[in-house]
Design a protein around this ligand. Structure first.
Ligand SMILES: [Zn+2]
Length: 115
């Protein structure tokens, strides 16, 4: 297994399968893993577990245990879409604020929050 994949799966388990930013459940191999949460495969797609570099790769962040967290695809891509990614702490606060307003996930995913 490639190193980054192993680090991601370790982080996934350490975080009990929850995204480090939005705290929503993620899936590893198949979106069907979120069926017990009442999500259809297509709806669950943005919640794929990805390896999040806490110090971004573009800033020299390496593939080492302390630098890899498990984040859903949606949170991960949105953080790194920015020119200068915010710190993990600042970004988590931002995501949580948006979540509280129901303005982060698509509505079909956001309904999970009520469970
Ligand atoms: Zn997330």
């Amino acid at each position: 297994m490639p190193k980054l994949q192993r680090l991601r799966i370790d982080a996934f388990h350490a975080q009990k399968g929850r995204c480090c930013y939005c705290s929503f459940p993620m899936w590893n191999v198949s979106p069907d893993e979120l069926k017990p949460f009442g999500l259809r495969a297509k709806t669950a797609r943005p919640l794929r577990c990805t390896a999040e570099h806490l110090v971004a790769q573009q800033e020299g962040g390496k593939d080492v245990a302390g630098n890899i967290a498990a984040a859903c695809w949606l949170c991960n891509t949105r953080r790194h879409k920015r020119k200068s990614p915010p710190s993990p702490e600042a970004y988590r606060a931002f995501v949580q604020k948006r979540l509280a307003k129901g303005k982060w996930h698509p509505p079909s995913v956001a309904q999970l929050r009520r469970r």
